[in-house]
Write a protein that binds this ligand. Structure first.
Ligand SMILES: [Zn+2]
Length: 474
């Protein structure tokens, strides 16, 4: 994520609030109450309903950066509803209907669209919203830099994490409300639109092309994406014995050769991570390579977005390619229920870099851990990894120290238990929502044969205390 600014207002009072985790894991083991808005993004998301499916029809005009959208949303009421509040940033609603009846009254304020329902909806009932909207989409400039729909020199990029989704579609923007998606993008001819999931149709009509994608596995709003560019969609070749997972590279003709070299070990990475973390969780994987250089790569469900600057075989580039791939397991299939637990994504993805390092014949996990520990020991401790606060949640310390917390579990539990734990973690929570407390509980279960093993005792100094614990070594 871009460098966070420090002016985020974390003092919003919240009507609904998730039960906060204890600041230590000693007393943990219970998971939080369901369906509360996220304390790290308190202005986003509603606790009153949950979305099951988004069908989005987008008309994107590149020359004028205009977006016309239609969102057909299938949702379920969690409380009796007379109004529905959606997140929508910088775009205007044109008209809407609910359960087929025209909405007569609605209101918009920054970031929010509220529909007065033509008829009340009972708690537990399913309902559908059909919302037409339009405008000139722009990124949302907040605590995490600019996120959301962004014009490139020649195309569009969407960086959703953590609050960018409402810049291009009305949604219930909570990480724990996962839904399936169908996204149709009509845009200028000779451009390719890439979205999550599988391309199900592509048609051309005069000077416009339409690309339709389906993502049937549940997906958090921030992981939904649209990338538009002068991309060719190329199948990444597979050698004998390698995973046959469909992997597509979306890349311009100019960068094609560079991308082929930089991504030549992508399938090996999938195989290494499958061995370490369990089966790849989605039907396919796509790597989008933008013409622009990107400060950081971006993760989205079933795809990653890398910049032209990442197309090298240096360790720095390869570790990012591995890191983004590993988010398919840690972040996308298993998504935090609350942003507070961001280490469950970034600590694990950093650890995955070390796994790739070792398995590809570079430094071992222990050597990478040692280097990270040395680096951390030379800097002041500004946050606790298990509750970093919203403006620090993408700080590099969360990544490195989060990975070291996992290394502490590996050292204490042994290799066999540790990788069994990661595989059970991904299997039991596949396409679900996760919490630190659930990970602690599972670690204790898997490592039950290790005398005195307590995941809470091991993790608390790493996640909930400031002083840096000693490097875990056997
Ligand atoms: Zn990451």
């Amino acid at each position: 994520m871009p460098k966070p600014s420090t002016d985020v207002d974390t003092q919003h009072s919240m009507k609904f609030r998730r039960n906060t985790l204890p600041d230590t894991l000693q007393a943990s083991g219970t998971v939080m109450v369901p369906a509360a808005a996220d304390s790290y993004i308190p202005l986003h998301g509603s606790t009153h309903y949950e979305v099951e499916h988004y069908a989005l029809d987008l008309e994107a005009r590149l020359a004028t950066n205009q977006l016309q959208g239609r969102a057909r949303i299938t949702a379920r009421a969690l409380v009796p509803l007379t109004t529905v509040e959606l997140d929508l940033t910088g775009l205007g609603m044109d008209k809407a209907s609910v359960n087929g009846t025209r909405v007569q009254k609605h209101s918009q304020r920054p970031g929010k669209l509220t529909l007065q329902l033509p008829e009340p909806v009972a708690a537990g009932a399913k309902f559908t919203m059909d919302i037409r909207y339009s405008g000139f989409p722009a990124p949302d400039d907040g605590a995490w830099g600019e996120v959301g729909w962004e014009e490139l020199d020649d195309g569009v990029l969407v960086a959703g994490q953590p609050t960018g989704a409402p810049t291009w579609f009305p949604c219930n923007d909570r990480p724990d409300n996962k839904a399936s998606y169908r996204v149709s993008v009509t845009t200028d001819a000779d451009y390719t639109a890439v979205c999550n999931g599988t391309l199900v149709s592509h048609t051309r009509k005069s000077s416009r092309e339409t690309w339709v994608y389906e993502q049937s596995a549940p997906m958090a709003t921030y992981l939904a994406t649209v990338q538009i560019g002068r991309y060719k969609l190329l199948a990444l070749p597979a050698k004998d014995g390698q995973t046959q997972l469909p992997i597509t590279v979306a890349v311009s003709k100019k960068l094609q050769a560079k991308a082929a070299t930089a991504l030549s070990r992508q399938r090996e990475m999938v195989d290494v991570f499958t061995e370490a973390f369990g089966p790849y969780p989605f039907d396919a994987y796509t790597v989008v390579v933008t013409e622009d250089a990107l400060e950081i790569p971006l993760e989205a469900q079933s795809l990653s977005i890398l910049g032209s600057n990442h197309m090298t075989t240096t360790w720095e580039a390869q570790r990012l390619i591995a890191h983004e791939l590993s988010h398919q397991w840690f972040g996308n299939s298993l998504t935090l229920a609350s942003w507070r637990d961001i280490w469950l994504h970034e600590g694990f993805a950093c650890y995955a870099e070390w796994v790739w390092s070792q398995e590809s014949g570079s430094l071992t996990i222990a050597e990478r851990a040692s280097a990270a520990h040395t680096k951390l020991s030379n800097q002041p401790v500004a946050l606790t990894v298990g509750a970093p606060g919203p403006d620090m949640m993408f700080d590099d310390v969360v990544y490195k120290r989060g990975a070291l917390a996992l290394e502490a579990i590996r050292v204490a539990g042994g290799d066999a238990n540790f990788f069994a734990l990661l595989q059970r973690w991904t299997a039991e929570n596949r396409h679900g929502s996760v919490s630190t407390a659930a990970f602690v509980a599972l670690a204790d279960l898997v490592c039950a044969d290790v005398p005195q093993f307590s995941a809470a005792d091991i993790l608390t100094p790493w996640l909930f205390r400031k002083p840096l614990p000693p490097l875990p070594v056997r």
